[in-house]
Design a protein around this ligand. Structure first.
Ligand code: ATP
Length: 328
């Protein structure tokens, strides 16, 4: 490998910069030239890129976001998109491409592979932690702490006003972040897409635990963590429906993009550094169409094609425990 490219795609995640840094430093140490495409796959299609030298990655390990910018790229999903992307890689003499992103970005990478003779490797970077083949994705640990900080503050005001709060967290179609944050915040109830889509006609399963808590325990505050995409009309509509059904004011709080920002926590910096360096090393060993992940503390390769087979399962032990204490 003489020339290596990297891009960040999909939702940005804290730690992406740390990963870019590790890729640049590892490749440089092996005398490999590195370029970075801007705005995800858009920069690849438009051939908008920059050389990455060590001074570009100085002082970025602690920064959120991504110096290469991230984006969704509908053009790659058009019929001729993957072939155009492969052509750009070939024109620029790129021997290998590292894609830092989520499972959608890996689907895009696989589409390009049909037309590209170089090596392709993925590094999981998304706050959702919904990618199979790695215990954690880059960004998840930071997003969890950010969500917790916010939920703890909401708890203070919920306690003071004796209110029910529904806090919506990100996760696309995964409840991983919601379950983790809900458990760590001591939430009274957690709602994830994995438990099935809630129907406006049948809210009883979530109303009963609220009534139990209010009547039996005399709780001053009640926090329900709701993963996005759990209720057809959204979390605000769910709060309105609950207010009407139980006669107690329920407030929705959508945490939104605050969860994607911020300086990466230590765990994310280390994971990002490890997976970035490992991806380069494995490319040099000939790896292709693999994702660099970490399982039980060890860096491992996982077939890119399998990352989209299923969403990573949420922790069955924690689900069972939450059910046992009657608040799921
Ligand atoms: P996150 O879930 O954290 O936002 P992601 O990588 O899953 O990250 P997506 O929006 O699903 O984010 O995908 C990112 C990009 O990957 C898309 O904008 C598109 O360019 C590309 N992509 C996704 N699926 C395909 C596909 N089937 N064919 C070609 N490109 C795809």
């Amino acid at each position: 490998i003489k020339r290596l490219a990297v891009l960040t795609s999909g939702g940005d995640a804290p730690g992406m910069n740390a990963c870019i840094r590790a890729i640049q430093l590892t490749a440089s140490a092996c005398n490999i030239e590195v370029i970075g495409f801007h705005h995800g796959f858009n920069g690849l299609l438009e051939q908008e890129y920059q050389s990455l030298h060590s001074h570009h990655v100085d002082n970025i390990i602690q920064r959120g976001g991504t110096i290469l910018k991230s984006a969704r790229c509908p053009a790659l999903e058009q019929t001729d998109g993957p072939a155009r992307a492969a052509e750009a890689l070939q024109q620029l003499n790129i021997d290998a491409l590292i894609v830092i992103g989520g499972d959608g970005s890996f689907r895009g990478t696989l589409a390009i592979s049909k037309h590209y003779s170089g090596q392709l490797i993925g590094v999981p970077g998304t706050i959702d932690n919904d990618v199979d083949g790695t215990d954690n994705t880059i960004g998840f640990a930071t997003a969890l702490d950010t969500a917790l900080d916010a939920i703890d503050k909401i708890r203070d005001t919920a306690d003071a006003f004796e209110r029910i709060f529904l806090v919506e967290l990100m996760g696309r179609h995964s409840g991983y972040l919601s379950l983790a944050a809900g458990i760590a915040a001591g939430a009274e109830q957690i709602i994830c897409p994995e438990f099935g889509t809630l129907s406006p006609a049948n809210l009883k399963p979530i109303i009963t635990p609220i009534q139990h808590a209010q009547l039996l325990k005399g709780k001053a505050s009640y926090i329900m963590i709701v993963a996005e995409n759990s209720y057809p009309g959204g979390t605000t509509a769910l709060a309105e429906a609950l207010t009407e059904a139980i006669g107690i004011e329920c407030r929705a709080c959508i945490l939104g993009h605050i969860q994607r920002g911020g300086s990466p926590v230590g765990a994310d910096r280390i994971l990002a550094t490890k997976l970035g360096a490992y991806a380069v090393e494995q490319l040099l060993q000939g790896a292709n169409l693999m994702m660099a992940g970490e399982v039980n503390g060890e860096a491992v390769l996982y077939p890119l094609a399998k990352t989209g087979d299923r969403t990573k399962a949420i922790d069955p032990f924690l689900v069972r425990w939450q059910q046992q204490i009657g608040s799921l």
